[in-house]
Design a protein around this ligand. Structure first.
Ligand code: NA7
Length: 536
């Protein structure tokens, strides 16, 4: 095995941008191939999402016995998760353990945000430039930049004049923030808001939540893992992982029934109640027709709205918290005491769906005529999802083609893995792949394995340049769009569509055809000698 344990080295076989779960595993696989690799990471440690999102209450919303690497049976057997939904700290500790166990650290360069990546047709190499001007070159460049990593800070008028601190959930200060005795504003009620609001409410003197869109929040029922249950899963891991891979979302959620409409009201309520009591994302699998029948969808929506009305004592607040859009149209949230938090004396909900946040004043937040005086502001305002992290880098391909320009109207990538005009570049879980609609770690592993096999194939064939054909890419993009239109997921504003970012084109970015169908397609393409790609 070679490694790049020489900080002055600038020439590599492959550069990997990002040291989250994707970049770490990519490094591991490329080193196995004998490649000299450098991973370039903007943050100060490994873990990506689980390095940056340190806000109070940050937890994974996918059961972690399955939200974890499966490439190494030893790792899978030896690591002990403590909770059903572990905290950010535990996930970050896991990422560091993986880096220790596989000795990844020497090949990762931290605190190095990549600003430019340029392809040279003459040299057949990529040159990557970091924030301090350091340049590195390699034959291959793999973007492991994450789907939810480019932070969205809305351009609120006057934000810079606020007299207190402003913290974004995804850029939380290391060491935490003490809100004791303070009046705090939280703007945003997606997963980050849903997780942080109950925790901040316990500490702050007063908490004001600014909600633009109410979300569906299923209770997590987080708990310590029972050693007997862990032993059982570990004893059957290969079989359980295979079941998960054969499931639409890469999570094994047994489907309750084919149709919510066909079920009787009594059956439906029993099914919903049982899933509510179990908790978590498996609620989505209660019936198979939530995304194809509005009537079916409304039965689940109304069940959850009634739960909210039952929990939240003030009827006006309960109605504000009751979502209007279809269930599962926006990403489903999983929370702990989320709705219960609005029964606290020190918590106020402000609706900013029609009268928006006009301005941030030195003393607080102004919505229309009302000024909410606060000492600190928390922005739980999410990300420029899927394309943001790539477009932030000035990426130039063949004949200086600019990725930002080519993706101005919509992202275009073949299989969400590679882009025409950008030879020898791969993206892990890029737009046009199932990515954020699936369990991310298995999706990452599938992409990394596919890329590794592809590079091994190239070596065997004696070729060193790969690029997707424009026509194959267009056909894939058309297919991604066509099936997105068949689902109701694209019917509301969400970050899947880019509608949370001002001026971003509205395009449903992930592939909605399910993990098994996507994997089959990738495997068929590889087996047929990588159809849709040209080699030189
Ligand atoms: P999300 O899910 O994008 O949530 C961001 C929230 O911030 C959401 O409620 C937005 O309302 C709100 N928002 C954004 N801009 C504004 C403005 N200008 N005014 C008021 N409110 C605003 O991000 P998260 O970090 O919570 O979660 C991201 C993913 O991480 C999550 O889905 C999981 O996959 C893990 P909107 O809904 O756009 O009306």
């Amino acid at each position: 095995m070679t490694n790049a344990n020489d900080n002055s080295a600038t020439e590599f076989d492959a550069l990997v941008v990002g040291a989250g779960f994707a970049g770490m595993y990519m490094l591991y696989r490329l080193r196995e191939q004998g490649m000299r690799v450098r991973v370039v990471e903007a943050g100060g440690s490994v873990g990506g999402t689980w390095y940056w999102n340190r806000y109070p209450g940050a937890r994974v919303d996918t059961e972690t016995m399955f939200y974890s690497y499966q490439f190494s049976s030893e790792l899978q057997q030896e690591w002990e998760w403590t909770e059903r939904y572990p905290s950010q700290q535990e996930l970050h500790a896991y990422a560091k353990h993986v880096a220790d166990r596989f000795e990844l650290w020497p090949d990762i360069q931290f605190d190095s945000p990549v600003e430019k990546a340029r392809w040279s047709e003459e040299d057949q190499t990529w040159t990557v430039t970091t924030g301090d001007g350091t340049q590195m070159t390699a034959r291959y460049c793999i973007m492991a930049t994450g789907c939810l990593s480019s932070v969205n800070t809305p351009k609120f008028k006057g934000l810079e004049n606020f007299s207190g601190p402003v913290h974004h959930t995804a850029r939380w200060p290391d060491g935490g923030v003490d809100f004791t005795g303070q009046r705090v504003a939280v703007i945003g009620t997606g997963s980050s808001g849903v997780q942080s609001i109950p925790v901040i409410a316990e500490q702050a003197a007063e908490l004001t939540v600014f909600q633009r869109t109410a979300n569906y929040v299923i209770p997590a029922h987080n708990r310590s893992l029972d050693p007997a249950e862990v032993a059982e899963i570990k004893a059957n891991y290969p079989e359980l992982r295979a079941k998960a891979s054969a499931s639409f979302s890469g999570n094994y959620f047994p489907v309750g029934g084919p149709s919510a409409v066909a079920a009787s009201e009594e059956e439906r309520n029993r099914e919903y109640e049982s899933r509510w009591q179990t908790g978590g994302l498996a609620f989505m699998a209660a019936y198979a027709d939530f995304m194809t029948s509005e009537e079916a969808n409304e039965t689940a929506s109304e069940f959850i709205r009634n739960k909210i009305r039952g929990i939240v004592k003030d009827p006006a607040t309960a109605e504000l918290l009751a979502p209007k859009q279809l269930f599962m149209c926006k990403r489903l949230c999983v929370g702990t005491d989320y709705y219960e938090t609005y029964n606290r004396e020190n918590v106020t909900l402000v609706d900013v769906s029609e009268t928006v946040i006009d301005e941030i004043l030195p003393e607080g937040v102004r919505v229309g005529e009302a000024v909410y005086e606060v000492d600190a502001i928390v922005l739980a305002t999410g990300f420029d999802a899927m394309t943001g992290a790539l477009k932030r880098i000035d990426i130039r391909g063949v004949e200086d083609a600019s990725l930002r320009d080519l993706w101005e109207d919509a992202p275009r990538a073949y299989l969400g893995l590679a882009i025409s005009k950008f030879p020898n570049m791969f993206i892990i879980t890029g737009p046009g792949s199932p990515s954020v609609l699936t369990n991310m770690i298995p999706s990452i592993e599938q992409h990394v394995d596919w890329i590794t096999d592809c590079l091994a194939h190239m070596r065997k064939q004696g070729v060193s340049r790969i690029e997707p054909d424009a026509e194959a890419q267009e056909q894939w993009v058309a297919h991604v769009n066509e099936i997105a239109d068949l689902s109701m997921r694209a019917t509301c504003s969400s970050w899947y569509l880019g509608s949370n970012i001002e001026g971003k084109p509205r395009v449903f970015m992930p592939y909605i055809g399910g993990f098994p169908a996507y994997v089959r397609k990738c495997d068929e393409i590889a087996a047929a000698g990588y159809t849709g790609f040209s080699f030189r």
